[in-house]
Design a protein around this ligand. Sequence first.
Ligand code: BES
Ligand code: MN
Ligand code: ZN
Length: 495
Amino acid sequence: MQLSRSASFSLDTPSPLLILGAWEDKVLDGRLGEVDVKLGGAIADLQARGTFKAKKNQSVDLLTLGRLGARRVVLLGLGKEADASPEVLRQLAGRAAKAAVAHKEPAFVLVIPANPVASKDAGQAVAEGAALATWHFSAYRTEQDEPPVELGSIDVVAEEADATFEAGISEGLLIADAVRFSRNLVQAPPNEVTPTVLADRAAAMAKQVGLTCTVLDENQIADLKMGAFLGVAAGSRGAQPPRFIILEHRPDGATGDPLVLVGKGVTFDSGGISIKPADGMEKMKYDMAGGAAVIGAMQAIAALKLPVPVIGLVPATENMPSGSATHPGDVLTAMNGKTIEIVNTDAEGRLILADALAYATRYKPRGVVDLATLTGACVVALGQQAIGLLGNDQAWIDTVRAACERANERAWQLPLWKEYNDQIKSDIADMKNSGGRAAGTITAAAMLAKFAEDYNWAHLDIAGTAWEDKGRPYTPKGATGVGVRLLVELVRAHA
Ligand code: BES
Ligand code: MN
Ligand code: ZN
């Protein structure tokens, strides 16, 4: 997909498809007014009848019959201009790209109406929306009636924007590329993306963008005494070995302590001996979405050359039942020496993150964020609309939350009061790995907190947001790639 700003657009320029965004309170302003005149007042007529008022998510489709250069005009309602934001423009571009695909037009012109969004942010949002809306995963389809239309070139007309709009487009395309990479990793089946393959893909990406990638194998993980992580990998011993993926972005001249990003990389979560019900278990391939978000974010951070040292850590393993699997009742010792009684082998994410968070200490991080599809309880609490956010330092939590807002990957904070620790007290070890059903998202975070005591830490539970069931303006069904954009925003804020 090519996306560029059009400098010399006129309504007489021949094109198959012209798509215009329209503000509800300014339907006939600017280019839209000119189009209306050429169409003999057709848009004013639709507006007067109330058929098209440019309310958010309204749209009309008109054939121009030779009255202007474009063969077809699509109008997309945006709601009130007072509510303009990068997110509104991201959705506009996403809807436009999908309309073009629906009309089987690989090329189109998109007119962004005058708006108060800063030009660079607008360019970024438009590029992201178009590139993300048209993502599809068809690697395993051999019998397709109609191959999906791949977008060719989009000419964006944004007359009111200043020259930074173009820089925004370039950055938006790089970011979208990283989100698409992340989605592809998550969407691919678990017999393709094993821990080894996840590490290989991360290493190949690192080589391309100039990151340092180190992959630790089972022996090296054992040398580090990551007993909690290895306890989860035990069910796949001799079959699919774990990997500990380390990505380092250390740009020339950037000094200071790094930010550390940690992502849960369970490439398939069967539950282990505490096995999950069969219904829907196939979806547990997305249990590495946190890891994929970190890998994708590291790609974008390197491609954007953000002048901040950043480390990405992804413990990658399956969670499987077998004769070598961890039993409920086992006690595991994490790399920091803390002991964990396993009461439910399906609470595995917190075990692999425990060792990754303990490992993060060696970087003296300025701040750590982990992302994980950690608890079903988070889906119950917040649904698909918000990430669960917890942490040990309110200022750092606020910084992370602000980045989430800017990316429109919204997060909602839950309390992490010390009283919740009572639920994970063990009779024989320092803690147990499940606190039961009550406050499941919080007690999972309470366990993580015991491994993140040395630095400012925030935890993002993306169980509800990493997978989309219905499809949204620029988020098709399936893997969402959530986390990539918010992490880019977080690192940018430190540049
Ligand atoms: N990967 C799951 C959490 C999950 C559930 C993600 C549904 C997405 C959708 C996690 O490993 C898990 O199984 N958590 C358990 C914890 C429980 C055993 C304490 C859960 O949420 O049920
Ligand atoms: Mn589990
Ligand atoms: Zn899991």
